[in-house]
Write a protein that binds this ligand. Structure first.
Ligand code: SIN
Ligand code: FE2
Length: 205
């Protein structure tokens, strides 16, 4: 039985953003959502809605629906307008932790209410698998799980808090990961509770 979880290239940076920085980032996310409203993503094939609501900023945004599946596109799927720019604070984060010369092209914004979760998956819709995925947590804590490159590999669970940053680089870039649950009432950042996850990615080489 495998007991060792190999997570080379995985970095956990707890408390990267302090409270004032989290508040500033939240305002920027609100400004993004004002221009590019949260939408309900649906799964390819089944058309079932995911439990998170999403939006994006950047040149490209990750979207999914029954008809066209998982993909990146330069426009909001409902309004058809271009995504707003990635906030400067997130570009600085990327410069600080990604170890990659080119800037991120996409920032996915996931909103989790108290019931939402995200099943184990790999991030593999990018042509660029050399740049890491850089992820920021805001609001309520969650139980994040990360494993190896096979779905059946052993996994490790981490409780992520507001302001924490996770970097999926190296071998962990294609690691299966997901969010098993939200812990309601564990943060005062979002007035109505819930969790926001921001995921920065380089899509093209
Ligand atoms: C994701 O894998 O897209 C989200 C991860 C997270 O919410 O922490
Ligand atoms: Fe992911």
């Amino acid at each position: 039985m495998a007991t060792h979880v190999s997570l080379s290239g995985f970095r956990y940076l707890p408390g990267y953003f302090d409270r004032p920085a989290q508040e500033a980032l939240l305002e920027e996310v609100r400004a993004v959502a004002a221009v590019a409203p949260l939408f309900v993503p649906t799964m390819p094939k089944t058309g079932r809605p995911m439990s998170v609501r999403m939006t994006n900023c950047g040149d490209l945004g990750w979207v999914t629906d029954r008809q066209h599946g998982y993909r990146y596109q330069d426009r909001h799927p409902v309004s058809g307008t271009r995504w707003p720019a990635i906030p400067a604070s997130l570009l600085r984060l990327w410069d600080d932790v990604a170890g990659y010369s080119k800037p991120p092209q996409a920032c996915l914004v996931n909103f989790y209410d108290r019931q939402a979760r995200m099943g184990l998956h790999q991030d593999r819709d990018e042509l660029n698998l050399e740049a890491p995925v850089v992820s920021v947590s805001l609001g309520d804590q969650c139980l994040f799980r990360i494993g190896g490159t096979a779905r059946s590999d052993p996994t490790r669970s981490l409780r992520l808090s507001s302001g924490d940053v996770v970097v999926l680089g190296g071998d962990s870039r294609l690691g299966f990961h997901g969010v098993d649950r939200i812990y309601p009432g564990t943060s005062t950042l979002l007035k109505d509770g819930g969790r926001i996850n921001l995921t920065l990615r380089r899509v093209e080489p």
